[in-house]
Write a protein that binds this ligand. Structure first.
Ligand SMILES: NCCC[C@H](NC(=O)CCC(=O)O)C(=O)O
Length: 446
């Protein structure tokens, strides 16, 4: 008998310092919108509205908390001294780019929080979590510790959940988490195929790699995650991302492909060796038909895929097919909008499309799929986790009130040095861990 399991989605709540600092070379939106005035309040409310709509549809929806920013311990580790206000003032004066990096609300993109393997796939039949080291970008490399604490506070019971520390940092083991990891299966509770997509092989300088933009995920990092999680070769596929796609702005695989159940929705330029990837998946999905929904460059040119974030959509089961939850930008770009209309008429696995406005996040290169971490949980595992983070009507109302009370509706680079912003953020986060029942997870609480 197959154990019943659901896919829960954990969205990152946008933090009070959401801003546009242009920190992610290779991520076109981040660079294009550098220095735009951000609206953290609107960003957080847009994220909550997406969570609410999906929770209302019956999906299990969780919340992952923002991180403490600006991160004073990192500034101190870099030699800034005095009280917190002094540290901020010195950093703003002599290293404004560093201050921007330690102020990013980038933990909102929880598809990069961790790689998660469901218990049906793992050697010891527990759910395995490895926070991503995010070594490729300094501002993101400081996330994994608090991410790990938050995941442990939510998935505490060791008889069901196993937590690994992030991989050793450094570019050879650069790991970006679930954004480069897709699970294909028949039912969620059955063993699936875990597809790891990497940008380059770090220990082989002769292997193909992008020329312009960085490959953030290495093959060796993906292999290490599979080892840690106890995945076997017959449940694991490694696929190299097309270097040309990375050079066109596809900095994570989830900007060009998304999978759910037995369906893989992808652009023809996603993989270096498309046919091999499909064959490898098909071979391992024994008994289950892979539904490959391939989008041609003729229908959607690569640059339109990147601009619209068509593939950074959530692909979710419904009682009659699958729902594609797309960012609003998909209806603003003609080729993509036309493609979506045709897709709905094509009799394929995707039977409905829903549009979400996550513009504040999109301007930093994060669509609906970037904002969520998928965790497949059996009924027992769902019962065992901390329910304080699961979105109910009541939690939604409390979080909206919390955002309204603590968030600014305008934030520029100059504001990052404001000691009041630090104080406001800590006060907000301290209250939040209480609302979500997480205990103490931030450095300022320890
Ligand atoms: N999965 C989506 C991740 C987006 C994220 N953007 C950023 O960090 C931009 C932040 C800034 O530029 O202010 C990144 O590139 O990792």
């Amino acid at each position: 008998m197959v154990t019943h399991a659901v896919e829960a989605n954990f969205d990152g709540l946008v933090g009070p310092t959401h801003n546009y600092a242009g920190l992610s070379w290779g991520n076109v939106a981040s660079k294009t919108n550098v220095n735009a005035v951000a609206n953290p309040k609107e960003a957080a409310l847009q994220g909550l509205a997406k969570m609410k709509l999906l929770a209302d549809r019956g999906y299990v929806q969780g919340v992952l908390p923002p991180h403490e920013r600006p991160h004073i311990p990192t500034l101190r580790a870099l030699g800034f001294t005095g009280n917190d206000a002094d540290v901020l003032a010195q950093a703003a004066q002599s290293a404004p780019a560093v201050l921007a990096a330690v102020s990013s609300a980038s933990a909102m993109w929880t598809a990069n929080a961790a790689t998660v393997s469901p218990s049906a796939d793992t050697g010891d039949h527990r759910v395995h979590f490895t926070p991503a080291n995010l070594s490729a970008k300094f501002h993101r490399s400081i996330e994994h510790e608090v991410t790990g604490r938050a995941l442990k506070a939510i998935f505490t019971d060791e008889s069901y959940f196993a937590h690994h520390p992030a991989l050793p940092s450094g570019s050879h083991f650069g790991d970006e988490g679930a954004a480069n990891h897709t699970r294909l299966c028949s039912r969620y509770g059955e063993p699936g195929v875990e597809l790891f997509v990497y940008g380059k092989a770090a220990f082989n300088e002769a292997a193909p790699a992008p020329a312009r933009y960085p490959a953030r995920q290495t093959l060796e990092a993906s292999q290490a995650i599979a080892r840690l999680h106890g995945l076997t070769a017959d449940h694991t596929v490694y696929a190299q991302q097309n270097p040309a796609a990375i050079d066109a702005g596809v900095f994570h695989n989830d900007v060009i492909a998304v999978g759910n159940g037995n369906a893989l929705f992808y652009h023809e330029q996603a993989f270096l060796d498309e046919q091999r990837v499909l064959a490898d998946i098909r071979q391992r999905l024994a008994g289950v038909e892979l539904e490959a929904v391939r989008v041609s460059s003729e229908d959607v040119p690569l640059q339109d895929a990147v601009a619209s974030y068509l593939f950074n959509s959530q692909l979710l089961n419904t009682p009659d097919g699958m729902l594609l939850a797309v960012p609003g930008e998909c209806r603003e770009i003609e080729t993509v909008s036309r493609y979506l209309d045709e897709l709905l008429l094509s009799n394929g696995p995707i039977t409905s499309v829903e549009v979400f406005d996550v513009k504040q996040s999109m301007r930093n290169g994060g669509g609906p799929a970037c904002l969520r971490l998928r965790v497949v949980l059996t009924d027992d595992e769902l019962k065992a986790m901390n329910h304080g983070v699961l979105l109910t009507d009541d939690l939604y109302q409390r979080l909206v009130t919390w955002v309204e009370a603590h968030y600014r509706d305008e934030l520029t680079q100059a504001d990052l040095a404001d000691p009041m912003l630090l104080e406001e953020s800590r006060k907000a986060l301290d209250e939040l861990t209480g609302i979500l029942g997480l205990g103490s997870i931030y450095d300022f609480q320890l």
